[in-house]
Design a protein. Structure first.
Length: 279
């Protein structure tokens, strides 16, 4: 392939000294040659700084900042990059060598493609979990969920047009989803390469795990920020909201049928009776 447009691979890093070298090596080993690799140290601990110091001669640029969160780290990395294409890579994940080449081929072949992702191998410390395939597609597939991996490729000009990643959302997470909504609401699609080219690590204390408790808050934030988009899709919004309520109701009914729930009810019944007598 004629490596024409320059690619910037941005790797935000926060206390990832156990994983950052594998992420950097996966960027270095990409078969797409016209690239730069920028690591953003987001206020990491001393162990991580020591690893980054050792890796610095291998990469294009190391940016050091106080801890400000992933979105700000990504934006700062992109601001100091020179690439026509951007790939964000979390420091505990890694790509297979041909991802960037195949992603750029897809973008250059079809002007309608704004985002490129791929099949993903999800794993944790004990080994492989599964092979996950993102939905991809147009804005309709992104209204109520993120349909591309957070580490996906896009064009720099789309990042500039959207004003970068939302820097308030790290409190809630899902800055990737909100960013993709921003890109696709003016048209275009997210393309899914039909190969397993990305390795995503599931960690118990990761941001992804923490934000599961804030689903309604994060969804509210996104709807209000993109209110015009959801007004245009009001019927789909109401349908999705009702389906969520139905699922929640089914879960409640399922829980009331569990043996431990029934046992708890039986144990509490005498105390509730005594309490009613005291009133």
């Amino acid at each position: 392939m004629n490596n024409s447009g320059k690619l910037s691979i941005i790797i935000p890093c926060y206390n990832d000294y156990l994983y950052i070298e594998e992420a950097v090596n996966s960027a270095l080993n990409q078969t797409y040659k016209n690239k730069e690799i920028i690591v953003v140290d987001d206020g990491s601990n001393i162990d991580t700084k020591m690893v980054l110091r050792r890796l610095e001669p291998k990469i294009s640029k190391l940016i050091t900042q106080e801890n400000q969160g992933q979105s700000i780290a990504r934006n700062n990395g992109i601001k100091q990059s020179n690439g026509e294409y951007i790939l964000n890579l979390d420091a505990d994940d890694y790509f297979e060598p041909t991802f960037c080449e195949k992603a750029i081929m897809a973008i250059e072949r079809d002007f309608n493609i704004k985002i490129v992702t791929c099949k993903t191998r999800r794993f944790h410390i004990k080994g492989e979990i599964d092979i996950f395939t993102s939905t991809g597609g147009n804005i309709n597939n992104f209204l109520f969920k993120n349909s591309a991996m957070g580490s996906s490729m896009f064009k720099r000009k789309d990042w500039e047009r959207c004003g970068g990643y939302e820097e308030i959302l790290p409190i809630l997470g899902l800055e990737d989803w909100e960013f993709y909504l921003n890109i696709l609401k003016t048209g275009g699609v997210a393309h899914v390469l039909p190969e397993v080219l990305f390795n995503y690590q599931v960690r118990e204390n990761s941001t992804t795990a923490q934000i599961k408790k804030l689903k309604l808050d994060k969804f509210k934030f996104i709807i209000l920020k993109h209110s015009e988009l959801y007004k245009e899709n009001f019927e789909e919004l109401v349908t999705n909201f009702i389906e969520r309520l139905k699922i929640e109701e089914r879960e409640k009914i399922k829980n009331t049928k569990r043996i431990d729930f029934k046992l708890g009810e039986a144990l509490l019944r005498p105390f509730r009776f005594i309490k009613s007598l005291i009133k």
